[in-house]
Ligand binder design. Structure first.
Ligand SMILES: Nc1nc2c(ncn2[C@@H]2O[C@H](COP(=O)(O)OP(=O)(O)OP(=O)(O)O)[C@@H](O)[C@H]2O)c(=O)[nH]1
Ligand SMILES: [Mg+2]
Length: 245
């Protein structure tokens, strides 16, 4: 572990925490997500709007968030645009805009970082309470398969590739995120392994989304997400980005 990643003990409690919420046509759910965030402990909330055709940007602003516009479609592309728009910060939290995650669990998700024992925290829906119907069977299977492959190929045991997660800015710089769509979550986890970062999983609850399902509820979304995730796990094992020029 290199020193630049350690959170100095005197800084714990004074860390700036910022939130990035990727959103595509989520005007119904986004106000609920924003209302449940623990604003007192946050520096900034950025909603990365991926060219929504509904009132997502307007409800984001009304709910106290800043809006970043992502020119390119894709989950990862939205997250990258959100990151680029952030003011300097120490910890970045990602969560979805469809109200599947429980924003009031943010303190549990950042706790291992604030306690100085993690660089990346994954909110695991497999360890937490899942509302029936909140994850499709193919999503549960896909997560099982992907985490199994990560363990076999990269040697670390995860239980989920969930969207609700926290990472330090220093760690994220080392991770060097690039994926523009469905490979985003697994890319972050595998790259964190490759960089020797401290990764912790915490249980998070998950409920049925509000609004129209875009990935997990559609055949096309499920297949393309699955293929992209598996390809990302294999591709990253072939080229260790850390060794690249
Ligand atoms: N699908 C999709 N989601 C995006 C995009 N840009 C931002 N998002 C947001 O990314 C988050 C995750 O997408 P979801 O559609 O909830 O994906 P999922 O949870 O796998 O599946 P469903 O909830 O069943 O649709 C949501 O907050 C979306 O609004 C994009 O280009 N495509
Ligand atoms: Mg969702």
């Amino acid at each position: 572990m290199t020193d630049d990643l350690q959170v100095p003990s005197e800084a714990v409690g004074a860390l700036r925490i910022s939130v990035v919420i990727p959103a595509l046509d989520e005007e119904q759910s986004l106000p609920l997500v924003l209302a449940d965030l623990p604003w007192d402990s946050l520096t900034e909330v950025v909603v990365a709007d991926n060219g929504s055709s509904d009132g997502t940007a307007a409800v984001a602003q009304r709910g106290g968030a800043r809006v970043a516009h992502a020119a390119r479609r894709g989950y990862g592309s939205a997250c990258l645009a959100g990151l680029a728009a952030l003011a300097p910060t120490d910890v970045i939290v990602f969560l979805d805009a469809d109200y599947s995650d429980h924003p009031d669990e943010l303190p549990q998700v950042v706790a291992p970082i604030l306690e100085g024992r993690a660089d990346l925290v994954i909110g695991s829906r497999a360890l937490g309470l899942r509302e029936p119907g909140s994850m499709m069977p193919q999503q549960v299977f896909g997560n099982w398969l992907a985490t199994r492959m990560v363990r076999l190929i990269h040697g670390v045991r995860f239980t989920d590739l969930g969207p609700f997660r926290a990472v330090t800015s220093a760690a994220l710089e080392r991770i060097d995120m690039r994926d523009a769509n469905f490979g985003w979550t697994v890319e972050m986890q595998v790259r964190a392994i490759q960089e020797g970062l401290r990764i912790v999983e915490v249980p998070v609850a998950y409920r049925r989304r509000i609004g129209v399902s875009k990935i997990a509820g559609t055949l096309k979304g499920t297949v393309s997400a699955g293929v992209k995730i598996i390809w990302t796990i294999v591709r990253l094992s072939l080229s260790r980005r850390g060794r690249q020029a």
